[in-house]
Design a protein around this ligand. Structure first.
Ligand code: CA
Ligand code: CA
Ligand code: CA
Ligand code: CA
Ligand code: CA
Length: 356
């Protein structure tokens, strides 16, 4: 009988302890650098993207959205978190990058963002040399809703480029990116489907033709990224054991074709959850970013981005970038403002004992 009471007591204890079960397996990593926080102390930053300069990897940089009502846009940061540029174009919510888009007989690298207040996307030509953005949006193309999250897809076989816009209603629209004669980028609607409820974060695996999408309070889903994919989907994980609502940013760490990880920001408990990129996408592990020295940890992360590309000298196995709801300045009792934290993948690989 005593044994039963003891078991019951232990069960009750573990049920009441927020750090029990899955949380005790959460591994801690530190960020190497952080970006300047939003100036008014509010959480304006949302989603990062990493631009790889293949010729000169050290000149690769980070794009970070700013959804401020006053002066929002896209910030550019170097690999040590210093701000190196800003495109002030309104409330940008999420941003993604692709390479070699055909425009007026040239191949250009592009960044595309979702505009939170207007029913449109913002398309930029990326200048690798000057580390700057040039707005090349055709303003005549609009969505049927104000886009919330977004991600890009490039089919390497057909060489077509697509943009997925997600929404707070759950409606998703896929548009093909079309170059105009004027040298701008427009869209052609090729697919629409309803996820069921509020959706923001998404990412595409170009080589495998898949779209990973978060239904914030419900589940992480996989769809076919091709316009013919309809609304057929596979559930990868539910909100519950590993993921605490909201499911926010989603990114991929692709080491080689078909090898690597899907990483999800579990905003409700400020952790990052890793699944295998290989079906059936088994759970791999969970980590969080904790403070060290002047750089504190992350809370309530929105967007994340990762690359396996070696970026010397700080990121030999690639880079992971995460939005932080409150910057270190919040500690001194002052308004903190949100920023982005830069983490070496090597440290994540080490603490989680990852293969890649
Ligand atoms: Ca992004
Ligand atoms: Ca959200
Ligand atoms: Ca923080
Ligand atoms: Ca936020
Ligand atoms: Ca967000």
């Amino acid at each position: 009988m005593q044994k039963i009471y003891l078991t019951l007591a232990l069960l009750l204890l573990s049920a009441c302890n927020p750090f029990s079960s899955t949380t005790e397996n959460v591994k801690d990593v530190h960020a190497s650098f952080q970006t300047p926080p939003s100036k008014d102390g509010k959480d304006h930053m949302d989603d990062p993207a990493i631009y790889i300069n293949k010729k000169n990897p050290e000149k690769s940089f980070i794009l970070g959205t700013d959804k401020s009502h006053h002066g929002g846009g896209i910030h550019l940061y170097d690999l040590e978190g210093h701000e190196i540029g800003f495109a002030r174009d309104g409330r940008m919510n999420n941003v993604d990058v692709r390479y070699n888009f055909p425009l007026k007989g040239k191949r250009i690298d592009i960044a595309v963002a979702s505009h939170r207040d207007k029913k449109r996307m913002a398309v930029y030509e990326i200048d690798a040399e000057t580390q700057s953005l040039k707005n090349i949006t055709d303003p005549s193309f609009t969505f049927s809703f104000k886009p919330y999250g977004c991600c890009l897809y490039h089919n390497p076989q057909t060489d077509k480029f697509y943009f997925f816009a997600t929404s707070t209603s759950g409606l998703v629209e896929q548009v093909e990116l079309i170059a105009t004669d004027e040298g701008l980028v427009s869209g052609k609607r090729v697919r629409a489907f309803n996820v069921g409820s509020k959706s923001e974060g998404c990412v595409c695996d170009d080589e495998n033709g898949t779209l990973y999408l978060g239904e914030e309070d419900v589940a992480l889903w996989k769809y076919d990224a091709e316009p013919s994919g309809g609304d057929v989907r596979v559930r990868i994980d539910n909100v519950g054991e590993h993921l605490k609502a909201d499911i926010e940013g989603i990114t991929l760490y692709k080491a080689e074709l078909n090898k690597g990880y899907i990483i999800v920001s579990s905003q409700g408990n400020s952790t990052y959850v890793i699944y295998s990129l290989t079906p059936p996408h088994n759970y791999v592990g969970t980590f969080r970013i904790v403070g060290k020295g002047d750089i504190e940890g992350t809370e309530e992360t929105d967007g994340i981005a990762a690359t396996s590309f070696a970026l010397p000298p700080h990121y030999p196995k690639g880079l992971f970038v995460a939005h932080d709801n409150r910057s270190s300045k919040a500690k001194a009792g002052k308004p903190g403002g949100s920023d982005f934290k830069l983490v070496s993948w090597e440290s994540i690989k080490k603490v989680l004992d990852l293969v890649e």
